[in-house]
Design a protein around this ligand. Structure first.
Ligand code: PAF
Length: 326
């Protein structure tokens, strides 16, 4: 009678030993981000983890920390530099204070559509900007897609810059964004994303801006009523890594890693291309405001001087090349 549990536990032990997925990888990347586990970026990190574990037979994997658990976006870039974190996807806006060439992507209304963005980001200009991070102790691997950003408000159907006059508005931690919303006439201030829901709830801010799918993920529909489709900026998500961690990979595993990043990038962009439409369909209580071309033009006219500020920060030559390419 006493032998059955013994057989059972021996069988369990065998299963445990025989399953490579349960073993700790030799090189485990601590991966962090500031969005929810439902975000396209989180899903792409899970995809990357699975690819890496499968293709390296468990030698390489990720441990994923979502929702700013290891700090907000600005802190996450510092964490990469210090090696506290090994891999992040992060909005390009806060990265600009580490490598000013990234300010070039903050020119309002720069990209007409996502295909044009991919062409520039994956092409010479985008890759040069990523490579510029090396001197800051960061490896730029790829561009994932945060996406086109929209203006959202608690209680005002904004259709013109005048409608935004003096409105308290949250921006990302980026001087060009703050300057642009000032030009429009709003009263902007920067805030880390993890503090945003409470700030909107308490009325510290009446407006914010960001992609529709992240708005949905964060349940901002509980504290914001209008989404005004400004498409004022396309926000890339550079995927950044700590150089020493990458150097810990064997040549074979580094090649697998690079291919897995290419595949995860394609996967993420595919998810991102559908995410806003899905989120919009799911939020029936939010009022979506489509702007007429002339109304959009009024916003564009207000922010036109911002390109000079970007020239100063990112370099005139880079800005000119970017404007020619878009
Ligand atoms: O709004 C932001 O701060 C960023 O877009 C976010 C949501 C953290 C994603 O990068």
């Amino acid at each position: 009678h006493g032998s059955a549990p013994a057989i059972l536990s021996a069988a369990l032990l065998c299963t445990t030993i025989a399953t490579p997925a349960l073993a700790q990888p030799d090189v485990l990347f601590r991966a962090a981000h500031s969005t929810a586990t439902t975000s396209t970026g989180h899903q792409a990190l899970e995809f990357l983890d699975k690819e890496l574990r499968e293709k390296t037979e468990g030698r390489v994997g990720l441990e994923i920390f979502p929702s700013s658990q290891l700090g907000g976006e600005r802190e996450s870039v510092e964490n990469i530099q210090f090696g506290n974190v090994d891999l992040i996807f992060v909005s390009s806006a806060p990265v600009a204070s580490f490598a000013p060439a990234f300010f070039a992507f903050d020119i309002p209304f720069l990209f007409d559509n996502r295909e044009q963005a991919y062409e520039v980001l994956d092409g010479e200009i985008g890759q040069e900007i990523l490579a510029g991070l090396e001197s800051s102790g960061i490896v730029g691997l790829a561009y994932w897609e945060n996406g086109f950003r929209q203006l959202t408000t608690a209680n005002k159907e904004v259709r013109s810059p005048e409608d935004l006059a003096g409105m308290k508005m949250r921006t990302m931690e980026n001087e060009v964004h703050i300057a642009a919303w000032r030009e429009i006439g709003a009263n902007p201030a920067p805030l880390a994303f993890n503090e945003l829901f409470t700030a909107l709830q308490q009325g510290t801010f009446d407006a914010q801006e960001g992609p529709i799918n992240l708005f949905y993920d964060m349940k901002f529909n509980e504290v914001q009523k209008y989404i005004v489709k400004t498409n004022h900026i396309y926000s890339p998500w550079p995927l950044l890594a700590n150089p020493e961690k990458l150097a810990a990979l064997s040549d074979e595993d580094r090649a697998i890693f690079d291919q897995a990043v290419i595949d995860a990038t394609a996967h993420q962009r595919q998810l991102a291309a559908e995410a806003d439409t899905k989120a919009e369909a799911a939020m029936t209580e939010v009022t979506f405001v489509d702007l007429e071309p002339a109304q959009k033009e009024a916003f564009a006219a207000k922010v036109a001087p911002i390109v000079d500020l970007v020239r100063e920060k990112a370099g005139a030559d880079l800005v000119d090349r970017l404007l020619t390419a878009t």
